[in-house]
Design a binder for this molecule. Structure first.
Ligand code: SF4
Length: 1014
């Protein structure tokens, strides 16, 4: 990026500010709630107001410099790849079974749904896959699956783009040269013959963790054929600490799952159980939301979070205690000591921490049998052991906590197993290494020197979806299949087994992991279908064909959830983990909330979705507390060198409200060198700092080495302007009641009254109100339920063929996502409260956009929607200027890729693919409304409530979004809107939006409310 561009973009989103400005602002602030969305807004700088008053950023209409154009073409120009695919559809050879109640034949224009499951680490996410004439186009949750409850997460939503990724590996290679499967099998047989003679002593297999029962059976077969071989499971974002904590507490590996529906008090020890990717996230999000319903009265749950890096999970807490990651253990010890759990001893706590812990302990003890403690996967084993002891002391077992056998097959200490493998490779004990789905050259602990050790192995074979960083170190590469292209099975977090069925034949003739492994012990022509089916034939009693069809139809094998185990945690002393002294800065390593461990780095939807809480995209950052940034003389965009034990990496600073002092956080997964056109050279690799003995936090030093880095921060471009309010109301969002909230105590005492804040203006209009005789659509979003996971954004992008625009275009305010999730902070920067507000088009009754469109391209429908007529739009953008909610998106450039064959196959055929020069926005998934209306008309009946579900609603794991007919007083949405908590955004404008919100209700502990500084 050249200097001139940097200047322009700074003007778009001022990001350099001083903490002094913030503190001064806070000191001048009037009493009452203060809502702000980023530090610049809190500081109220002149640059902030200039940006606020520009509908589109300065220079937004100008084509950027050539470097940016190259970047853009990198994203958009995937069409150069694979013209030979030609958009044809290849149907799987074996019979697959559609989801319940769907016609079993293909009717043009009518999608079919198939139940399946997405493996993610060792756990499966249940999904329904929408298929149009043999092309999978959209992922949904499976409402019938006991572990999914109908929601989905960002990774399953985005997995459809993974499958159609033109950068996927498409061929088998030997030393980079094209080969066939039979060439590979020939070479494999020769190597295996040598191994047979030595019982496989030189054979090592390195795979991702798995819970697949069929794969477990294959593991046993390999072990039987090659008794001295070893199979190592490894993933960089692993659960070693969870397992080690379980060993400490129970003397055995035990799976812990939580029943949040029964939990009245939840304590998280740095946990992130409301984020996509956490095992059981779908289940927990739905249960958590159910217990955050203030209509439950004093049965509404209360949530405490001891938190290092702020996450969307900790943002939902009624009480947060920000501490460094290395200090969570001493807080856990203090709480355990208070509960009399084992022989834990409290560490040195500050007075505030003591007060916090004392109130918490009292609350936990008052809710025995209805309280739960959830530790973070990133916290050391001692914290897990303490959490188990606390849960035992609280009588959680069998109530809020259930213990079962482990979901992952053959669990082990993955880091130790990988270290042993490296030792053996260095010692020349490994003759052939098979790597399956793993990328250890990129993500193995830096102290292992994995690549150098691996290069010593005489035969190295890789099976995977990409020719990634590990590819450069192997002899053979076998291109793998995506889960939507193959047969398989997987268990969900509760043990429920699901069958994976292919929606399409492999796009690039890849081999599944089952076929790859089976070639070691059987015929290389055996298909994954035969392998998986044969395994289940051995498991099912009675009529197998019927059971098989039922399992495929339902998406899970009935009665396979693991039975609870009767265990209780050992008491006694939990040995302390070596800590980092308070004077030394720590660096926390976290998986990225969207690209995870880096395996999703080439997914443009995930790269472009603003991260939960911080709302930046297309980069990782060095998160630091605003206070620490000030003390260190750092501002947003300064580049620091992070030094961990002499290993050094540079990264840009992002002051993050709520982050503890003397601590920084870096997300893993960036800095890929061979991810594909989208994910290569994005961000910096934190793996280069991460060693095996300190995988989640370590001592560090930071030194400023540069400045001027610019983030793409979409939340900075879509402000709701409050500056035209009368004097005294211009300094924060309170004047417009963007966030409304109450405490549970007040809500129970006097209900929720909007008049408490400001009288609602009467409806005023120059025109007679339109009479909706048939349908009148509306939406309600519950701020209390929303956990800020961003799944709705990715679901909307997938459903509505929304393009990816890249970092540079996002920085110019040209992002295209129709839905955003705003984060509002309240209070100071040390420990602000957080509120998540999904903002789609409001479908206003008095729509400001409709009144200014010179060509009538945005018009009101007879069902109350603000429709967009793309063919009429001439791109004046008046509508967007006049939209107070900032929910309209303009195609400044030809963002859509109209030529890549894979992307043509992926798109939803019921949604037009927009070209440049067109304004677009949410229309409540009008295609789904039309589909429902046509179906109802064909069946000569009225639409039923719940028959039309918008994409965001369907995807939301928390059930925070409800859509329906406002003319039907019995519809769910009508009932929700009739609640006292219902309010409209910017209702003083008399736009009369059809999307409304249910106010947030917090459940603070009265003891902490009075004793804690705000
Ligand atoms: S509304 Fe969106 S961000 Fe909120 S919980 Fe649902 S999917 Fe996640």
């Amino acid at each position: 990026m050249d200097k001139e561009s940097l200047v322009k973009i700074e003007a778009v989103c001022p990001s350099k500010m001083e903490l002094a400005e913030v503190k001064d602002k806070l000191s001048r602030a009037k009493s009452g709630p203060q809502y702000w969305r980023c530090l610049e807004e809190l500081a109220q700088t002149d640059d902030f107001f200039e940006m606020l008053h520009r509908e589109f950023p300065r220079q937004a209409s100008i084509w950027p410099e050539s470097a940016s154009r190259r970047d853009f073409l990198k994203l958009a120009g995937a069409s150069l790849a694979l013209a030979g695919l030609a958009g044809c559809v290849k149907i799987p050879l074996q019979p697959i079974v559609p989801y319940v109640r769907q016609p079993n034949e293909v009717v043009l224009g009518n999608p079919l749904f198939f139940a399946s499951a997405m493996p993610f680490g060792a756990y499966g996410s249940p999904v329904l896959v929408e298929s149009h004439e043999g092309r999978p186009t959209k992922i949904e949750g499976n409402p019938e699956h006991p572990a999914g409850l109908g929601g989905s997460d960002v990774f399953s939503q985005a997995s459809i783009l993974d499958m159609y990724d033109p950068d996927r590996s498409q061929i088998i290679t030997y030393l980079g040269q094209l080969r066939s499967w039979s060439d590979y099998v020939l070479a494999l047989r020769g190597a295996l013959n040598s191994q047979k003679a030595i019982k496989g002593a030189g054979l090592r297999i390195l795979s991702c963790p798995t819970s697949s029962p069929a794969m477990a059976s294959l593991m046993d077969e390999v072990q039987a054929a090659y008794p001295d071989s070893k199979w190592i499971q490894w993933e960089p974002v692993n659960r070693d600490n969870v397992r080690a904590g379980s060993l400490m507490a129970f003397g055995d590996y035990v799976e812990t799952r939580y029943n949040l529906e029964k939990a009245e008090i939840i304590l998280s020890l740095d946990g992130d159980f409301l984020s996509s990717g956490f095992p059981g996230f779908l289940y927990y999000a739905r249960q958590f939301a159910a217990r955050r319903n203030p209509d439950l009265g004093d049965k509404m749950s209360r949530f405490y979070s001891v938190q290092s890096t702020p996450t969307n999970t900790s943002g939902k807490a009624d009480h947060r205690l920000p501490v460094r990651a290395s200090e969570v253990e001493q807080i856990a010890r203090a709480i355990a000591a208070g509960l009399g759990a084992g022989g834990a001893t409290a560490g040195n706590l500050t007075p505030k921490q003591r007060t916090w812990v004392a109130a918490l302990v009292k609350d936990l003890q008052a809710h025995k049998g209805a309280a739960v403690v959830i530790p973070s996967d990133n916290q050391p084993p001692a914290v897990h052991a303490l959490a188990h002891a606390m849960n035992t002391a609280l009588g959680a077992g069998g109530n809020t906590v259930v213990y079962t056998e482990t979901v992952q097959v053959k669990p082990a200490d993955e880091t130790k197993a990988l270290k042993d493998l490296v030792g053996e490779m260095n010692a020349g004990k490994v003759d052939m290494l098979l790597i399956m789905g793993s990328n250890p050259v990129y993500d193995a602990p830096v102290d292992f020197g994995f690549a150098d050790a691996m290069d010593k192995v005489p035969l190295r074979i890789q099976h995977g979806l990409y020719q990634d960083e590990t590819y450069d170190h192997v002899h053979w590469h076998i291109n793998g299949t995506h889960y939507l292209e193959q047969w398989g099975d997987v268990r969900s977090f509760d043990g429920t087994a699901s069958l994976i069925q292919p929606l399409i034949a492999p796009l690039y003739n890849g081999k599944s992991d089952y076929e790859f492994v089976f070639a070691l012990v059987g015929s290389a022509d055996t298909t994954d279908y035969d392998i998986v089916r044969k395994y289940w034939q051995g498991q099912v009693k009675g009529d197998f064909d019927t059971s098989w069809r039922k399992a495929l139809n339902d998406g899970y094998v009935a009665n396979t959830a693991f039975a609870p185990k009767n265990v209780s945690a050992k008491g006694g002393n939990v040995p302390p983990t070596s800590s980092i002294t308070a004077e030394v800065m720590e660096v926390i390593f976290r998986r990225d909330p969207l690209i995870y461990d880096g395996s999703r780095a080439n997914n443009g939807w995930l790269q472009e979705t603003p991260k939960p809480i911080m709302n930046i995209c297309w980069d990782n950052a060095v998160l630091i507390s605003p206070n620490q940034a000030k003390q260190s003389g750092l501002v947003t965009g300064d580049i620091v060198e992070i030094d961990v034990d002499g290993r050094k990496v540079n990264g840009p600073i992002w002051p993050q409200p709520g982050h503890p002092d003397n601590s920084i956080t870096v997300f893993l997964g960036y800095g890929r060198t061979k991810a594909g056109r989208v994910g290569t050279d994005v961000g910096f690799s934190a793996y280069k700092l991460r060693s095996s003995n300190s995988p989640w936090y370590a001592e560090t030093k930071i030194t400023k080495v540069g400045s001027g880095f610019d983030f793409a921060h979409p939340q900075g471009y879509q402000y709701i302007d409050v500056s035209d309010l009368p004097a005294g109301m211009t300094d924060n969002l309170i004047g417009r009641h963007v966030i409304r909230k109450a405490t549970l105590h007040d809500f129970m005492q006097k209900g929720f009254h909007l008049e408490d804040n400001e009288p609602v203006p009467p409806e005023m209009t120059l025109y007679p109100n339109y009479q909706y005789t048939e349908l009148k659509w509306g939406m309600a979003i519950d701020l209390n339920s929303c956990v800020g996971c961003k799944t709705c954004i990715v679901a909307c992008q997938s459903e509505n063929n929304i393009p990816v625009v890249g970092k540079m275009q996002t920085m110019r305010g040209r992002q295209m996502q129709w839905l955003r999730v705003d984060v509002y902070y309240e209070g100071g920067t040390e420990d602000p409260s957080m509120y998540y507000q999904p903002v789609p088009c409001m479908q206003c009754e008095n729509a400001p956009c409709e009144q200014v469109c010179p060509v009538g391209a945005t018009v009101h429908s007879t069902e109350g929607l603000n429709d967009m007529v793309y063919n009429r739009c001439v791109g004046t953008r008046y509508c967007s200027n006049n939209c107070p909610y900032k929910v309209r998106r303009f195609n400044f450039l030809l963002f859509q890729d109209f030529t890549t064959p894979q992307y043509k196959m992926m798109r939803n055929p019921e949604v037009s693919v927009r070209s440049r020069g067109v304004m677009e926005k949410c229309t409540y998934c009008i295609q789904r409304i039309s589909h429902g209306r046509i179906t109802a008309e064909r069946e000569n009946r009225k639409l039923r409530d719940g028959e039309v579900i918008t994409a965001c609603q369907q995807a939301c794991p928390a059930g925070a979004i409800v859509f329906g007919d406002l003319n039907d007083p019995t519809s769910r949405v009508s009932k929700i809107k009739a609640q006292q908590r219902d309010y409209n955004l910017l209702e003083d404008l008399n736009t009369r939006p059809r999307t409304s919100y249910l106010a947030a209700v917090l459940n603070p502990n009265p003891e902490l409310e009075t004793s804690e500084p705000s």
